[in-house]
Design a protein around this ligand. Structure first.
Ligand code: URA
Length: 266
């Protein structure tokens, strides 16, 4: 009998292969959008596996968590960038509440995220968590994902991180598009220039882009500095700018903002 994870991974490979056949214009065997959508919405259990308690899918409506599961399974075994598949410890899909109103998008996993399989768990992640909590959310109330699901590879013996290439981003972005499509947050926050490039396809200076509303397929999008920029540049004025962007997000979400929060400096 195959376990749930193996079943999800196998289903993921089937779906990914069908997507690639469609993208390549293959007509036989038929990989119709309807079939791929139905497979993607399949319950995350093998037919022989133990049944989970009845979920929304029991009444025919898959929950967002159930819709994310097959995407996660495809990402888990993704072979699309062979150099990254060879160098990664694991893929880093995303974390948090699939029903979140607020979704943060970062650049790519670093060494800590590659080791732990979760986005934003290193130093930049600790600062992001502090920002989220100061906004009045628990970290697991929001959803967090990256443009790239693999850590960009580094030459042997070289530490640090490199930004994703355009090619890597274009290859990986369909996964993020699917995640956003399922979560459908009320507000998106792009952290840094790579996230902006992934979401809007533009490269601008953060100074010009941050602090005002943009739109990503009609979802309000706030652009702000990446937390690692704040770690490099400890100036209170720069930190305050990020906080002011987050105050705009709170207002947009119609969340109460206390006097203490309004005056806060990260
Ligand atoms: N930086 C990112 O952009 N994403 C992470 O997950 C970690 C650091």
């Amino acid at each position: 009998m195959c376990g749930v994870t193996e079943f999800q991974a196998a289903l993921g490979i089937v779906i990914d292969t069908l997507e690639q056949m469609r993208a390549g214009g293959s007509r036989s065997p038929c990989a119709s959008r309807t079939v791929i959508t139905a497979l993607s919405a399949a319950p995350a259990t093998a037919p022989e596996a133990e049944f989970a308690p009845p979920a929304e899918s029991a009444i025919g409506i898959p929950s967002k968590a159930e819709r994310l599961a097959p995407i996660r399974a495809r990402v888990l075994v993704c072979p699309r960038c062979p150099h990254l598949a060879a160098s990664r410890t694991q893929t880093v899909f995303g974390t948090g509440n699939p029903d979140a109103d607020l979704m943060f998008i970062g650049e790519a996993p670093g060494a800590d995220e590659d080791a732990q399989g979760e986005p934003f768990v290193g130093r930049a992640g600790q600062l992001l968590t502090k920002i989220i909590e100061t906004m009045g959310f628990a970290r697991d109330e929001v959803y967090i994902a990256n443009v790239l699901k693999c850590r960009p590879d580094m030459p042997p013996g070289v530490s640090g991180n490199r930004p994703p290439t355009l090619d890597e981003m274009q290859t990986c972005l369909p996964y993020l598009a699917e995640q956003i499509d399922v979560v459908q947050p009320k507000v998106l926050v792009a952290l840094g220039a790579t996230a902006v490039e992934g979401l809007l396809g533009t490269r601008g200076t953060m100074r010009d882009l941050r602090g005002r509303w943009h739109s990503h397929h009609e979802t309000p999008l706030m652009i702000t500095y990446h937390p690692s920029y704040l770690l490099r540049n400890q100036s209170p004025a720069e930190k305050r700018k990020v906080w002011e962007d987050m105050l705009l997000v709170l207002e947009r979400l119609e969340r109460p903002v206390s006097e203490k929060q309004r005056k806060y400096f990260l």
